[in-house]
Design a protein around this ligand. Structure first.
Ligand code: PEP
Ligand code: MG
Length: 754
């Protein structure tokens, strides 16, 4: 059964469209369970009716015709209960509905299981048999497992086929794909794929203009791979036993003038460019092998894909010409790296769409800092068909429209105008202080990691930089930047902001912030080697950065240094030791600031909540990083769209935790600031105001909104709201409380987008 199950899942994943996938399911399940009928009913998008979408056993003419309204029939009951229904005599059940046109009459034994994807009942999988029988426990377990495994595959194929239809039929549409809100705003533009990985599935369709030249490129890539393999085989000859060397022979054979080469060349001459011709050949051939029952032959599918990836990498290297980005470019990719974002000219970048990730992932954080609308975690999109497609990105609501109709474009143009009108209104606050009606002054700083963000952040009214993510400087390079390179960057930033303060956070890599040239392989990277743990283990990297920072601060006296991911006082003491050492060395040479700059730590992990007072005694300031703190308190990976709904900085536990940190730090007379995204959320900022926080740091584009919030309340009113929020039991209640306060204060416009 397990083998059958795996094979069904593989075949369904390889199906080109939903109809094909469902046909495979019903035939295979009927065979495996030896029943008379297997059918799939899917919930329709329009009214939730269950529509018969595929059957092996019932009248095929009723496919697409037979439907059961909500609450109707036993199929409907399965959907309502969200549980299997196993009946010996279906016709005796009160919910039985007879469909003569479906040819259902003789079937008495009935087993229906729901097909559920992320809590949503997508349909019902049913098996039926003529004779009276009850399906046994193993059969129920098998069908439940099939349905669970297939839910994802059906969701994937159905999204993919909707999009393919939109693209292939050249129809324009009002249909959208749902994701997570990444960064607010609306973008109307043209897709440019972000991925140049050797992922065959990510290769876009493109016509070639010269088949002969394209064939030449392909053949030279094949020759390059062949040469590299021959070299590898030679080099490893002494170390590998003969049977292992045969692996190289198998690879080399694929590169001979066999079907892999011939079919790709044929596709090139049919008009495809080489990467897509290779993609289609590799996928077609590997699919044939995957469906074989023999284990050895099945494993050949991986060889074909492996060799395909290597040829693709060579083709991509050859085509490494300067990329042209369209105006109003929407970068779309499985993940859109910081390096890729930095490649697109700022004036061309209109939007970002990521298949993975959520609102708190670093791509989203960066998009907000740049003021670029973004949608995250849209799941599976057929990237290969999306290059150059028209797209609308609705960052306010987390929606993506592919090939939008003119009506949709007009509607979104109106939204863009509304955004602009709000921005214009808020620009009037630019010169006014972020001060409450009862005189509480809040400092508003900006989060950034790029020099190019500084001028826009100042234009939005930022009073300094509250979080400069130095890792971005490291992430856009091919190797560790040296001291002088870092010095130049930090100096420019500090000069641009002086005399206002800049809080430079020391290198915070690990987790979801990888460096391509310093790979960290871990099973659980978020609980692994991150932030200060890495830099303390590599004093040569840490000291280089500290020297660059301190030299950059000389004569300006606006540098503050902040340590990320602190868990123990030992880390603080060690870091302070290294900072003192670097400062003394530079001071002797006359290259240091007049005194050692203030040093602070971020409270980002739960232990920090309890250690906040102790840390405050050792340091000059404390900053709460609510992004990681929320992630670790709620045990929710901020990049995982499956659990993104659980991630909420307004969860009562997070509010209690931040409140405790603030109280402990204030009791030590130590300055406290909040620089996670909670500070950039109007409701979050209101609660922080209630806690008496005197400075927050948020993405530049949201600063005017936060200032509007602060200026619309008194600190006393915010404190009363906080008191109410601290008594609540659920994040939904907290949202309702702050939303209604914002509405009452006339700030409803902020909620429409939030
Ligand atoms: C945080 O964790 O809240 C934070 C500001 O750091 P980052 O988002 O860069 O991890
Ligand atoms: Mg963090």
């Amino acid at each position: 059964m397990l083998y059958t199950l795996r094979q069904i899942v593989q075949e369904v994943s390889a199906a080109g469209n939903l109809e094909e996938a469902l046909a495979i399911i019903v035939t295979r399940v009927k065979e495996a369970m030896q029943v008379d009928v297997c059918s799939v009913y899917l919930a329709s998008d329009d009214d939730g009716d269950y529509v018969l979408m595929a059957t092996d056993g019932l009248n095929p003419d009723s496919v697409g015709q037979a439907r059961l309204a909500i609450g109707e029939g036993i199929v409907g009951l399965v959907g309502e209960l969200q549980e299997p229904v196993n009946l010996e005599a279906a016709s005796k059940h009160p919910r039985f509905r007879y469909f003569p046109e479906m040819g259902e009459e003789p079937y008495e034994a009935f087993l229906g299981v729901p097909v559920i994807h992320y809590r949503k009942v997508m349909g019902v999988l049913v098996v039926q048999q003529t004779n009276d029988r009850v399906f046994d426990k193993d059969e129920v377990a098998f069908l439940v497992t099939v349905a669970a495994q297939l839910a994802g595959a059906i969701a994937e194929v159905s999204t993919g086929s909707t999009i393919n239809r939109l693209l292939e039929e050249r129809t324009q549409s009002n249909t959208f794909i749902r994701g997570q809100r990444g960064a607010p705003g609306v973008a109307i533009g043209t897709v440019s794929l972000a991925s140049v990985s050797s992922d065959l599935l990510a290769v876009p369709d493109r016509d070639n203009s010269d088949a002969a030249a394209e064939e030449k490129l392909f053949r030279s890539a094949v020759a390059e791979v062949r040469e590299a393999l021959a070299e590898n085989r030679e080099r490893m000859a002494a170390a590998l036993p003969p049977d292992a060397q045969a692996v190289f022979d198998a690879y080399m054979m694929l590169l001979d003038e066999g079907s892999l080469i011939k079919d790709t060349v044929r596709r090139i001459h049919e008009g495809q460019w080489a990467p897509a011709a290779l993609r289609d050949t590799v996928l077609a051939q590997s699919r044939v092998f995957e469906q074989m029952r023999d284990r050895y032959l099945r494993a050949r599918a991986e060889d074909i894909r492996g060799i395909g990836r290597r040829i693709l990498a060579c083709l991509q290297a050859e085509a490494q010409v300067q990329r042209e980005y369209p105006d109003n470019c929407i970068l779309v990719g499985e993940e859109v790296s910081v390096a890729r974002i930095a490649e697109v000219p700022v004036e061309k970048l209109a939007g970002i769409v990521c298949l993975k990730g959520s609102v708190y992932s670093h791509t989203a954080v960066l998009a907000r800092a740049l003021g670029v609308p973004a949608v995250m975690g849209v799941g599976s999109l057929p990237l290969e068909h999306l290059e150059a497609a028209a797209m609308v990105v609705d960052g306010h609501r987390g929606r993506v429209f592919i090939r939008p109709s003119p009506t949709i474009v007009d509607e979104f143009r109106r939204l863009v105008e509304q955004d602009e009108a709000l921005a214009e209104k808020l620009a009037e606050l630019r010169e006014l202080p972020a001060e409450t009606s009862d005189g509480h002054r809040m400092r508003l700083y900006a989060n950034t990691g790029f020099y190019s963000d500084i001028a826009p952040a100042l234009a939005q009214g930022a009073e300094g930089i509250g979080l400069y993510r130095t890792e971005f400087t490291f992430m856009v390079r091919e190797s560790f930047p040296g001291e002088d390179v870092q010095y130049d960057i930090y100096r420019r930033v500090l000069e641009a902001i002086a005399p206002n303060p800049v809080t430079m956070r020391t290198l915070d890599i690990g987790g979801d912030k990888p460096l391509s040239y310093f790979p960290i392989e871990e099973d659980n990277p978020f609980l692994g080697w991150r932030g200060i743990r890495v830099t303390l283990d590599h004093p040569e990297i840490f000291l280089t950065q500290l020297r660059a920072l301190l030299r950059a601060g000389a004569g300006l006296d606006n540098l503050r240094i902040m340590l990320p991911m602190v868990t123990t006082v030992g880390e603080v003491d060690e870091s302070l030791g290294l900072i003192d050492r670097a400062w003394r060395e530079l001071d002797e040479k006359g290259e240091a600031p007049s005194k050692r700059p203030p040093v602070g730590a971020m409270i980002e992990v739960p232990s920090g909540i309890y250690m906040a007072g102790i840390l405050a005694r050792r340091l000059d300031f404390i900053a709460v990083g609510t992004n990681d703190l929320t992630q670790y308190l709620l045990a929710v990976d901020r990049n995982n769209p499956r659990v993104a709904d659980l991630y909420d900085p307004l969860h009562p536990a997070v509010i209690q935790a931040v409140h405790q940190v603030v109280s402990r730090v204030v009791a030590e007379d130590c300055p406290i600031t909040v620089c996670g995204e909670m500070a950039g959320n109007p409701g979050g900022a209101l609660l922080l105001l209630g806690m008496g926080v005197e400075s927050v740091s948020a993405s530049g584009p949201v600063i005017p909104r936060i200032k509007w919030v602060i200026r619309s309340f008194s600190q006393a009113r915010a404190a009363a709201l906080l008191e109410g929020a601290l008594k609540l039991e659920d994040a939904g209640q907290v949202h309702a409380l702050v939303d209604s306060a914002l509405r009452e204060a006339g700030l409803g416009e902020l909620l429409a987008e939030d």
